[in-house]
Design a protein around this ligand. Structure first.
Ligand code: NAG
Ligand code: NAG
Ligand code: NAG
Length: 774
């Protein structure tokens, strides 16, 4: 085993982070005998490369033979042993070459590493010497003198070195010895040397066994029978015009193509000068490719000439005369390459799928390109299709890294078919292409996005619990759970209660339901926040605001604050006898908890003692005399007033108003019975009422909360000029408790005639007012 560092590629340092392939590879060299059993251990790559044995499996360690799909070697991933995986026949791969090196690529992933591995295959003596023929026929004249030599074709042994033919043993005999010779071209042959002259009359023929033995262990041998026939005369052996012939033959030459003509001449005459040709030595492979015309010496093509299968052939031709004298010539046939092999692209490794967040420069695969032709015909350039975020980075030898050039986005492009084309530099060039299918794996990189920036829901009060208010939708283009949106209500409070007691959201559909019935008079709108969250890990989310607007329904009747509702009390208004037409005598005060038209009140006298005497302001509720009071008018006047709102349908309330026409309370006193219980029910006391629209209708302010929380026995009246043009002080706020009102009344009530019997809430003010103004 030998380990040698190879040259580092210059790219390795600059791209170190992204491309781990480009580090310093090693050349490993091992030596192995041919024909070893499968599973035989050649060496240990883990030890030799300093690799962690436990990581070999994860790193997918493997060895591929250059230019072949057959797996001659394998790696035991448990211990790092390099093993024989298939029969390795030295003769098959290297023929007669004295050195036989098989080249492998040792590939590791995560990170990718490539090492070269050379396997020196050692010869074992698995072939025996073989003679070209079983019998060699020699016709020798009896006149031949001692020392005469006769050529014998050598035996062949496919093994090399000492495993090839080493010596010859000639059967013991009285006439011949055997001698080994070497030609000027370097090839060996044997010679039968006459040691004792022949006598045809004594022995006409003889058969001698010649054995060729190799130097291997165990030794192997082959035999031939030399049949010697003793004749009268044959002096000259044929002579070739060249000792070595060379021919160039383009590969793919058609059958019957002439390769070369060999020629030998024999100086003898007749049969002794008739030369015939035959192959004396040729490999099995050559035998299938070439034929030799026995008469003309023409060698022609009989098989498929493929440069990639064999670029050089050596055959030996024997020329023989009629009586067996022969000579031999060597023919070297050089096959010339034709660009007949397109480059082949191999995908050696692929990380598929690749996460979309892979940074630019990430290596996703390794491509290997091979071209079986030679020289320019095997120079290959690789290119990648345009418009994909990938490029090829040349790496060691004929390896390329497939590397990302930009950010990937699965939501834009989820699959790539990357076409890689390899073109050689032959003429014409050949090319081939390969498509690498690559998927982009999802990363949870998209937040769910609501279709609207905010949502509004409108609901009429008194809705049914469970009714649908609106629905929200958020989109997330990620894959599967990373893009599955779940909706939920964010915790919060509305009026001090959790939002979940008002609304619910369907987690899957985003449909929002009311949980309870809403009351416009309680609140008119509120906001909630809904979150859309995906199911990734960690999840991504976004929030949206939903404003819920409750619209009013005319579900509140007008409430009459003054006078007290019918049947509760009998408050009486005092009308001076001297009142002229148009005098203000009283006012009906009502409120409506609804809003807008539903709270726009109108006042109507529905019944009266004297229909011509009093009118009521349609919207002010002010009761005025229609004409001057006359003596004939009845002292006691009763009115029934209806207060209606403007809702659809409209709601109403009624009250009774008792009026007493008199100038003198003393005069009235004995005759009129009052209940004496002139009380203003505190419940009717509006805490914060203001007449802001000038219609005379007291409207509640918007804030219902404040309405509820103000102290029950404190009131805050605000009088506005338009309330009554000529009487009330402008914008004067009185803030008084009930007792203060009583005191105020006392203060105002400078007239001793005004008795407590006529104390009614509203009258106080009119008395005060009159007093103040006059
Ligand atoms: C990639 O090629 C395969 C096989 O031809 C085909 O089914 C697939 O739709 C192609 N994908 C793209 C993104 O073009
Ligand atoms: C979701 O994204 C995560 C990374 O954010 C990834 O690991 C996971 O494989 C993705 N799920 C799917 C189904 O693609
Ligand atoms: C959504 O609201 C929650 C709760 O108030 C908060 O924690 C989160 O940061 C918000 N998310 C976004 C995207 O605004």
């Amino acid at each position: 085993f030998v380990r040698t560092p190879s040259v580092c590629l210059s790219e390795s340092s600059s791209r170190a982070a992204a491309i781990s392939l480009l580090f310093c590879p090693w050349y490993l060299s091992y030596s192995v005998q041919e024909e070893l059993k499968r599973g035989s251990v050649i060496g240990n790559i883990a030890k030799d490369l300093g690799l962690e044995v436990g990581r070999l499996s994860a790193r997918k360690a493997r060895v591929d033979m250059e230019g072949s799909d057959r797996q001659y070697c394998g790696i035991n991933l448990r211990n790092g042993d390099l093993l024989v995986a298939d029969r390795i026949d030295r003769e098959e791969h290297c023929g007669e070459k004295p050195s036989c090196v098989l080249k492998f690529d040792l590939l590791l992933e995560n990170p990718l590493e490539l090492h070269r591995l050379n396997l020196q295959v050692q010869d074992v003596n698995d072939n025996a010497p073989v003679f070209p023929k079983d019998i060699i026929k020699l016709e020798i004249r009896e006149s031949a003198v001692k020392g005469a030599r006769y050529r014998i074709n050598a035996a062949q042994d496919a093994d090399i070195g000492k495993n090839s033919v080493e010596s010859y043993i000639l059967q013991q005999n009285p006439h011949f010895v055997f001698s080994i010779q070497t030609t000027s071209a370097g090839s060996k042959y044997g010679e039968l040397v006459l040691d004792k002259e022949l006598d045809r009359e004594e022995q006409q023929e003889m058969k001698l066994l010649l054995t060729a033995v190799d130097g291997g262990s165990p030794q192997r041998s082959g035999t031939v029978v030399i049949h010697v026939i003793v004749l009268d005369a044959n002096d000259n052996a044929p002579v070739f015009t060249e000792a070595v012939y060379t021919a160039a033959l383009p590969e793919n030459s058609p059958l019957k193509t002439k390769v070369i003509i060999v020629s030998a001449t024999d100086a003898d005459e007749g049969v002794n000068g008739e030369v015939t040709y035959e192959f004396s030595r040729l490999s099995d492979k050559s035998q299938k490719l070439f034929s030799l015309d026995e008469k003309t010496g023409e060698i022609s093509v009989t098989g498929d000439i493929d440069y990639e299968e064999g670029s050089k052939y050596e055959v030996f031709v024997e020329a023989k005369d009629g009586y067996g004298l022969s000579s031999e010539a060597k023919v070297i046939i050089d096959v010339t390459d034709v660009n007949d092999n397109a480059p082949v692209l191999y995908l050696k490794s692929l990380s598929n799928p690749i996460p979309e967040n892979s940074s630019p420069g990430t290596q996703v695969g390794i491509i290997n390109v091979q071209d079986r032709d030679s020289e320019n015909n095997r120079q290959v350039r690789c290119s990648i299709q345009q418009n994909v975020p990938f490029k090829l980075v040349p790496s060691i030898k004929n390896y390329y890294s497939l590397v990302t050039t930009g950010q990937l986005d699965r939501e834009l492009v989820s699959d790539y078919n990357i076409t890689i084309t390899a073109t050689d530099e032959g003429s014409p060039p050949l090319s081939s292409s390969k498509t690498v299918e690559l998927s982009v794996a999802d990363i949870n990189d998209n937040t769910p996005v609501f279709e609207e920036q905010s949502y509004s829901a409108y609901v009429t009060e008194n809705n049914k619990p469970g009714s649908t208010l609106c629905s929200v939708t958020a989109r997330d283009p990620d894959w599967r759970q990373n893009g599955t949106v779940i909706y939920s209500l964010l915790a919060g409070e509305v009026n001090g209660a959790p939002v979940s007691s008002y609304l619910s959201v369907n987690g899957d559909t985003g449909v929002i339901h009311a949980v309870r019935s809403f009351d416009y008079e309680q609140f008119r709108s509120f906001k909630v926040h809904v979150m859309a969250r995906d199911n990734g890990s960690p999840p991504l989310s976004s929030n949206v605001t939903i404003s819920v607007f409750i619209s009013d329904v005319n579900d509140n009747s007008p409430q009459i604050l003054y006078p007290a509702p019918e049947g509760n009390s009998f408050m009486t208004e005092l009308v001076p006898k001297a009142a002229h037409g148009g005098s203000l005598v009283s006012k009906v005060i009502a409120v409506d908890a609804d809003s807008g038209q539903n709270a726009w009140l109108s006042y109507h006298i529905v019944k009266s003692t004297d229909p011509g005497l009093f009118t009521i302001g349609l919207h002010s509720g002010e009761i005025r005399t229609q004409r001057d009071i006359s003596e004939s008018d009845s002292m006691k006047q009763n009115l029934i007033v209806a207060v209606k709102d403007n809702g659809q349908p409209s709601l109403s309330a009624t009250c009774s108003m008792y009026l007493l026409i008199s100038d003198n309370l003393a005069e009235v006193k004995p005759r009129l019975l009052f209940d004496g219980a002139v009380a203003i029910p505190s419940a009717y006391l509006p805490p914060n009422y203001a007449d802001v629209d000038g219609t005379g209708t007291l409207r509640s302010t918007y804030n219902y909360d404040a309405y509820l929380t103000t102290g029950s026995r404190t009131s805050d009246f605000k009088f506005v000029t338009s309330y009554n043009d000529n009487t009330l002080p402008a914008d004067q706020t009185l803030k008084k408790s009930l007792t203060d009102f009583a005191d105020a009344f006392g203060d105002c009530d400078t007239s001793p005639e005004v008795g407590k019997a006529v104390k009614s809430f509203y009258t106080y003010f009119y008395y005060c007012r009159f007093t103040l103004v006059q």
